[in-house]
Structure formats: structure tokens, C-alpha cells
Design a protein around this ligand. Structure first.
Ligand SMILES: Cc1ncc(COP(=O)(O)O)c(C=O)c1O
Length: 358
């Protein structure tokens, strides 16, 4: 039985998603690209995304949480899955059992891993300036790599850092890169995965780094970027709904909760079956949607399951509405919400059907 009955859906173009992957791959060649598919592949649907990428030859990905890794492991037995976030000592047994790659994010975890009595695949994280995860002291990191490499139960797969800043502050970026470069240069044995760049740096800074082997591609896999120097990418997510009802309002009538839109002349209002329960937040009030290649303004407060658009007599029940992905871009919606494009796609609710183009 189908599990979505209303005509509201996210179109996810997997062919374009793969083109973005290829573009990154070409940019960093011969280095490799690790697709980042945390948070349900940034809202795009992790199983469909990974199934497609694997069908095109991808054999590695990164997530944030252990539960995200286990979900993927259930479906993809041979996939290399790197957990970027913090894990707990009591979960090392599960990480070992399911052959997942974990990140050593602090001294405590380093000690726990070195004492653990079963095999573990580890990436050592260096904090170069993000002050989130990773070990700070360079000497400690260099010593740790020796300890980890010596331990027969540990496969030290990688060493990596995450940049806090790319183009906005060159001196802070330099400080981060120099620290990492020095550490890598000091390693007696270099692990097979040495990675720094995520989307913002992949297309601009990675070429200059001759000591890395991989990059982590998140938002730009999905056709988006926050770095204006990123080359044009292929759009992946579009949000559609349809006109459910048309109302002709007369002077004296008002629209929605709080009755805060009350036309002074007769006006047509289209009701759309999408609202903040779908991730289409109340902050989108007074923004625009596209119908028949034209922009129309939202009016009234956005409800949990519906919203209202001021239309004209040309608009009919059943007309397709592009909420974003064509005339209105994800970036425009992000601006409207005073946020970044990451937040718009990642918070699309699970109750919206995902339709995949492959
Ligand atoms: C450690 C790490 N690597 C890579 C990424 C991917 O970043 P982006 O989506 O900017 O490519 C993230 C995302 O937050 C991250 O936390």
C-alpha cells in the first residue's frame, strides 16, 4: 500500500546528485570523495541515496551517529561507514561487531580504544580550531598514532580535521591547515585516509593540499553550497505541492489563524496542503511559491498542515505548486528564513513523500 496520499512531495534527482559527486571527484583527483550522508542524507533519504551511489561504484560514506551507521549497515553489508561524531565507550563492542569506522575525538576515547579487547577501525580527529571534536595537542596526536598503529587490534584507518572557516578568514584557515600539515609530516606511518576538506574547501582549497588522500562531500553532493566560489552544481531537491482549494474572499473575510490577512477587495486564495508540520516553517509567512512559472505571495499564518497563497483567476484546483527548486531556490528560502541552505533541506519532514529520479 502506498504511504502518501496527499499531493505534496519532494523530488530528489539522484542523477544530478551523482553528477555533483563526479564533479568533486574530478576536482580532487586522484584523491577520493567520501559522501557525507548524516541526518538522513541531509533530508534526501539515506537509503535511496546510498543505494544509488553504491550502484555507481561508491564504497564509502560518512555519518554522524552510531545509530545512522547501524541503519546503513543493516542494508549495506560491505559499505565502509565512517562515524564522524562522538560515540560512547560502552558502544565500542557494537562498533566492532558491525565493522564500523569510528572517530577518536578525545583523550578519554583514545585510552578506551587502546584498552579495548576486540578489533576496531579508527580515525583520529585533530582539533585545529573548531573547538568541537578532536584532540588539540599536536605532540599527543603524534604519540597517539604510534600507540594506535602498534596495537594489533586497531586499524588506524585515518587522521582528519574539520575546518571552522574556509574563505571568510584566510589567517584562521592558514593556522588550521599549518597545524594539520605539520602533524601529518611528523607521522612515521601515514594512515590510508588523511582528510580535511568538506564542501566549502573542496572546490577552492583542496588542490593546494598535497598531503591529503580524501575529502568529505556533504552539502555540495546535494547541489548546494555556502561558498560563493563553488562552481555551479546540479540541483537535487525540489519541493512540490498542489492547489487543494480555491477561495474567493470578499471584503470583510480574513485568512487563517489570527485572521491577520483581510483583503479590502475580492481576492482569490489558494489553499496548499503543506505547513510547518512538513518543515515549511511559519517564518516563510509572506514569502513566495511558484505556480505555472509565476511567483505568488503567501498570505496569512502558515498552519501545521496548510498555507494560503494569494492567486489570480488563472489558478485552478490541482495546479502544481513548486515551493522551491526552480524559480524559488533553496537559497532564497534560506535567506527568507534567515538561515543556511543546509537547514532548509535537512529539516524537510519525514512525512513528505520522497520521489526519486534515477
Ligand atoms: C566532520 C564533518 N565533515 C564533513 C561534513 C560535511 O560538511 P559539508 O556539508 O559542508 O560538506 C560535516 C558537516 O557538518 C562534518 O561535521
Amino acid at each position: 500500500m502506498k504511504n502518501s496520499f496527499r499531493k505534496t512531495w519532494l523530488e530528489i534527482n539522484l542523477v544530478n546528485l551523482y553528477k555533483n559527486y563526479e564533479l568533486a571527484l574530478k576536482t580532487v583527483a586522484p584523491k577520493k570523495v567520501i559522501p557525507v550522508v548524516k541526518a538522513n542524507a541531509y533530508g534526501h533519504g539515506v537509503l535511496a541515496v546510498m543505494e544509488y551511489l553504491i550502484s555507481r561504484g561508491v564504497d564509502v560514506c560518512a555519518v554522524s551517529l552510531l545509530e545512522e551507521a547501524l541503519h546503513l549497515r543493516k542494508h549495506f553489508k560491505d559499505l565502509k561507514i565512517i562515524i564522524l561524531g562522538a560515540v560512547l565507550k560502552e558502544d565500542l563492542a557494537v562498533i566492532s561487531k558491525y565493522n564500523l569506522d569510528m572517530t577518536i575525538n578525545d583523550e578519554e576515547m583514545l585510552k578506551a580504544v587502546l584498552k579495548f579487547d576486540r578489533p576496531l577501525n579508527c580515525h583520529l580527529k585533530v582539533d585545529t580550531g573548531m573547538a568541537r571534536y578532536g584532540i588539540i595537542e599536536s605532540d599527543r596526536i603524534i604519540k597517539a598514532t604510534t600507540e594506535l598503529t602498534k596495537n594489533p587490534l586497531i586499524d588506524l584507518v585515518g587522521i582528519y580535521t574539520h575546518l571552522a572557516i574556509v574563505d571568510e578568514n584566510e589567517s584562521y584557515l592558514d593556522k588550521q591547515l599549518k597545524k594539520m600539515e605539520k602533524i601529518v609530516a611528523s607521522l612515521k606511518e601515514k594512515p590510508p585516509y588523511i582528510h580535511i576538506s568538506s564542501s566549502s574547501a573542496i572546490f577552492t582549497k583542496e588542490k593546494a593540499l598535497d598531503y591529503t588522500t580524501h575529502v568529505r562531500l556533504g552539502i555540495s553532493l546535494y547541489g548546494l553550497s555556502i561558498n560563493p566560489k563553488t562552481p555551479p552544481l546540479y540541483p537535487v531537491m525540489k519541493l512540490f505541492t498542489t492547489v487543494t482549494q480555491i477561495r474567493l474572499l470578499k471584503p470583510g473575510d480574513c485568512v487563517g489563524y489570527g485572521a491577520d490577512y483581510c483583503p479590502v477587495k475580492p481576492e482569490f486564495i489558494a489553499v496548499l496542503q503543506i505547513g510547518y508540520g512538513d518543515g515549511f516553517l511559519r517564518r516563510n509567512k509572506n514569502s513566495f511559491v511558484e505556480i505555472n512559472n509565476k511567483r505568488y505571495q503567501l498570505v496569512g499564518k502558515i498552519c501545521m498542515d496548510a498555507c494560503f497563497v494569494l492567486v489570480d483567476e488563472t489558478i485552478k484546483t490541482g495546479d502544481i505548486v513548486t515551493v522551491f527548486g526552480n524559480l524559488i531556490t533553496v537559497d532564497e528560502v534560506a535567506d527568507y528564513n534567515e538561515t543556511i541552505n543546509y537547514e532548509i533541506v535537512t529539516t524537510m519532514s519525514l512525512r513528505i513523500e520522497r520521489r526519486y529520479l534515477k
